[in-house]
Ligand binder design. Structure first.
Ligand code: FES
Ligand code: FES
Length: 151
């Protein structure tokens, strides 16, 4: 079947299989920031933003993207300049192996879209679906605080 949707601001029209996951589809068309960790909706590595909300793409069918607006980490930076979230993650060193980072940034972005000045508790809640094996979370929370108000 054909899906028509906006990906990182660009209109797309793509063929998808009925049982294809959004995760596999997005990677197939080049969105390699979308990572597969658990494949079961538990780790958040595959998080994307659909219509302004963070969702796990491993539990979504590509067909469900029809008519939506999708943002992946590839769409965060514009014309070579990083999004404030990306800048803050880099400045603060909220990245170690980096595997969780795109999904983490997508959840942070979704949080800041609806709440530009979140409290630490609200940041923790916004990122609760994203697991990180490396950083211990403190720097990630600091990075989201730093990006708040600038995204
Ligand atoms: S790969 Fe989707 S939540 Fe883990
Ligand atoms: S930086 Fe390695 S899993 Fe988060």
């Amino acid at each position: 079947m054909i899906v028509r949707f906006k990906l990182n601001g660009e209109l797309m029209e793509e063929n998808v299989a009925e049982d294809e996951r959004a995760l596999d589809f997005l990677r197939r068309i080049g969105m390699k920031s979308v990572k597969e960790g658990c494949g079961e909706g538990e780790c958040g590595a595959c998080t994307i933003i659909v219509n302004g909300k963070n969702v796990v793409s491993c539990l979504m069918l590509a067909a469900e993207l029809d008519g939506t607006e999708v943002l992946t980490t590839e769409g965060l930076s514009k014309k070579g300049s990083l999004d404030p979230i990306q800048e803050a993650f880099a400045d603060i060193g909220a990245v170690q192996c980096g595997f969780c980072t795109p999904g983490m940034e997508m959840s942070a972005k979704a949080l800041l879209i609806k709440n530009s000045n979140p409290s630490v508790e609200e940041i923790k809640k916004g990122l609760e679906g994203n697991l990180c094996r490396c950083t211990g979370y403190f720097k990630i929370i600091d990075a989201v605080k730093k990006a708040a108000g600038k995204s």
